[in-house]
Design a protein. Structure first.
Length: 195
């Protein structure tokens, strides 16, 4: 039985053209990358595209990759840059759409109709609605707070790893996480009537 290759070994192999190494990296991290992006932007379809772009950047960067930090720290730094850039792009797009909708004859942004074919029992619906509100509350947090929270809760990264991804000190990272949790408590208390 062979020992699985480390992330650094896989990146070294990928730099030498080993396509199987890339496949292994994608399989190892695709769920975490996709899940983090989806929670960050709140759009599951767009998250697929951004996750593919993260791995495309990993692939292209393989020849220049140096194992100076944990691979996951490097990976989440790529993810952070892409998500923050996408958020900025969406903000500019929304601003442009609002400006265009103020012209006479323009209808503005169309809203997507809910899918009424889905019929869940009342308890499942209530639970799903509750989680949607929690996800919506997370989306209201500033980007650094949102990413720090998702990396801690969903990816179980250490404070040190999150600090490297966010380019902050460990103390500042703890502060960002504290503010994120406090903001969520306040939002959810108002929204759901619970702590």
């Amino acid at each position: 039985m062979t020992t699985p290759r480390t992330d650094h070994q896989l990146m070294a192999a990928l730099a030498q053209g080993d396509e199987e190494a890339f496949r292994e990296l994608v399989e190892r991290y695709q769920r975490e990358v996709y899940g983090t992006i989806a929670k960050m932007i709140g759009d599951f379809h767009e998250a697929e595209d951004l996750a593919q772009r993260v791995f495309l950047r990993v692939y292209r960067a393989a020849p220049r990759y140096r194992p100076e930090a944990e691979f996951t720290t490097w990976l989440y730094t790529i993810l952070r840059r892409l998500v923050f850039n996408e958020t900025e792009r969406r903000t500019r797009f929304r601003s442009r759409m609002v400006e265009e909708s103020s012209f006479p004859g323009r209808e503005g942004v169309e809203r997507e109709a809910p899918d009424l074919r889905l019929k869940d029992p009342a308890a499942q619906f209530a639970e799903r609605e509750r989680w949607e509100r929690i996800d919506a509350a997370v989306l209201t947090l500033p980007e650094n707070q949102r990413l720090a929270l998702l990396l801690k809760v969903h990816q179980d990264l250490s404070y040190e790893e999150i600090a490297k991804v966010l380019h902050l000190s460990v103390g500042a990272t703890k502060s960002v996480l504290f503010r994120a949790r406090e903001s969520l408590k306040e939002i959810l208390k108002d929204e759901l009537g619970e702590p």
